[in-house]
Design a protein around this ligand. Structure first.
Ligand SMILES: C[S@@+](CC[C@H](N)C(=O)[O-])C[C@H]1O[C@@H](n2cnc3c(N)ncnc32)[C@H](O)[C@@H]1O
Length: 211
């Protein structure tokens, strides 16, 4: 898979690191509630700088897959302070290097907007989940038609994608998740943040049904 230039990768890692306080402020309560659904053996895709680390239960066995070395440097530094068993793999959600049915739960926060192929990533997430396992997600999504945010998304989509390494503000991620996890339960939440193009989010979880 194609990597972006080093300076953009560094910029995005520094950007996310400096945004952590804000991410805790906006998503903290949602994460505390959602992460209570996680099993013991968890995979997090696109773990970034490690913003989610404080929300995992003590004793969790956490595996992370993240393509950016710059993000991982911050992640590894932060991981030292958390009482979790952590395994880190540099890689992509579209090609998870794990056996079928390996994890109790998979976590994705603000990642499915950026993966090259959300369809491949979701297929992989489902493959590595154990039957009955839980997929937990918080993702920003395409705004409803005819809203101000939808207009702003039209205007900024291309530039945003370029600057934030493939992040697509108009992805209909809820529909995609439903196609892999038909029982997925989520709600659409609109934040009134200064980041207008990413104000609409889906927050929820789905279960891998046994075959
Ligand atoms: C906006 S950041 C979110 C980081 C973290 N999940 C959070 O909530 O703070 C998006 C993350 O997805 C990662 N990413 C991008 N493409 C990916 C892919 N194909 N597979 C896995 N992670 C990917 C990026 O490197 C980055 O760390």
């Amino acid at each position: 898979m194609k990597k972006s230039c080093g300076c953009k990768s560094k910029f995005n890692a520094v950007f996310m690191k400096n945004l952590e306080w804000y991410l805790h402020h906006v998503y903290g309560n949602y994460k505390r509630s959602l992460f209570s659904k996680l099993g013991k053996n968890v995979l997090e895709i696109g773990a970034g700088t490690g913003t989610n680390l404080p929300y995992y239960r003590e004793g969790t066995q956490l595996t992370v897959v993240e393509p950016s070395r710059d993000m991982l440097n911050y992640f590894l530094e932060k991981a030292k302070d958390h009482p979790l068993r952590i395994y880190v793999r540099e890689g992509y959600a579209e090609e998870l290097p794990f056996e079928d049915n390996s994890f109790d739960s998979v976590v994705s926060t603000l990642v499915l907007c950026s993966v090259h192929s959300p369809v491949k990533a979701l297929k992989e997430i489902k493959r590595v989940l154990k039957p009955g396992g839980t997929f937990v997600f918080i993702e920003h999504v395409k705004a409803p038609d005819f809203t101000l945010t939808a207009k702003v998304q039209d205007l900024v989509q291309a530039g945003w994608k370029w600057l934030f390494e493939g992040c697509d503000v108009k992805r209909d991620t809820g529909k995609l998740i439903k196609s892999f996890f038909p029982d997925a339960k989520y709600r659409m939440v609109k934040f009134n943040s200064p980041f207008i193009p990413v104000n609409y989010h889906i927050i929820g979880y789905g279960t891998k049904q046994p075959d």
